[in-house]
Design a protein around this ligand. Structure first.
Ligand code: PHE
Ligand code: CO
Length: 296
């Protein structure tokens, strides 16, 4: 057996039955990790690091090294926090799993990044539908060492608290932005397109697909456009958005979104795979293998 999360209950929603966890901050129970857990970390770590050479953004790999993340054992949050606090003032906190939106936003707004403490089971090594320790630590934590990206994440948290007060439609718009940047973003670097999105770097298949497949669209970052664009939760993305720099992300999201939400409220959403006349196109996807339905 490996170390298991403490689920509180299951909630029936329009996306099916989703696990609900306690919102409490928990101390990482590092001593309860089994040899199976550490081996899962090692396997995933080595495999992804190999795939990510020449694919991940330069600073992603550099920062993992600065943290001293290595395959031999699951990192201790405490050790990572010593590096992180000093560099950007962020701090990792342990949680049981996905948090309610407002709780999540509040943590980010205070430069606390929630990390799921448990790691997937061996039979989930290639795919797991909810974030676990590997996704959160390997995928999200490295860029928190980047000062601009660190500020972006906090600004997003503050924006989330605000959008929560405005209403569910504003939250939908903001969530799309998170999805297409923090989770599935690409960045244009000197030597070509690179990955910075956590959902991609933690996925074996998608880290190759997003850059090398002819099927998906790769389009230039455009704030309003992204906030109108639906996405996929159970297949690879049909569209990836490319930023020029983290500064571009920061600058584009600085303005007050309140009037933008009002504008977006009267516009149609855009299907995940569409290319529009105004898009900056790096690759127009062939659409091969796309499921016809299921955009959320
Ligand atoms: N500027 C946004 C607002 O006023 C907040 C935000 C910042 C949202 C960064 C996302 C990312 O709501
Ligand atoms: Co994530």
């Amino acid at each position: 057996m490996n170390a298991q999360p403490r689920r509180v209950e299951h909630l029936q929603t329009d996306k099916g039955s989703v696990p609900v966890y306690t919102t409490a901050v928990v101390e990482q129970p590092w001593d309860t990790y089994t040899s199976v857990d550490h081996a899962t970390w090692a396997t995933l770590f080595k495999r992804q690091r190999e795939i990510l050479v020449g694919r991940a953004a330069r600073e992603f790999i550099e920062n993992q090294q600065k943290f001293g993340m290595a395959p031999d054992a699951i990192p201790k949050f405490e050790d990572l926090n010593r590096v992180l606090r000093k560099a950007t003032g962020w701090e990792l906190i342990g949680v049981e799993g996905l948090l309610p939106e407002l709780t999540f936003f509040d943590h980010l707004a205070n430069r606390r990044f929630p990390v799921t403490w448990w790691i997937r089971k061996p039979e989930q090594i290639d795919y797991i539908s909810e974030p676990d320790l590997f996704h959160d630590l390997f995928g999200h934590v490295p860029l928190l060492l980047n000062p601009v990206f660190a500020d972006y994440m906090q600004a997003y948290g503050c924006g989330g608290v605000k959008a929560h007060g405005i209403g569910p439609e504003a939250l939908v718009n903001l969530t799309r932005l998170y999805w297409y940047t923090v989770e599935f973003g690409l960045i244009k670097q000197d030597d070509g397109l690179r990955i910075y999105g956590s959902g991609i770097v933690s996925s074996k298949g998608e880290s190759i697909y997003c850059l090398e497949s002819a099927a998906p669209n790769r389009l230039g970052f455009d704030l309003n456009r992204i906030m109108r664009t639906r996405y996929r939760i159970d297949t690879y993305q049909k569209t990836y958005f490319v930023i020029d720099s983290y500064e571009q992300l920061m600058r584009a999201t600085e303005p007050d979104f309140t009037p933008i939400y009002a504008e977006l409220a009267v516009q149609e959403s855009i299907p995940a795979g569409h290319v529009l006349a105004g898009d900056k196109v790096y690759n127009r996807g062939t659409g091969e293998g796309w499921a016809q339905d299921g955009d959320v």
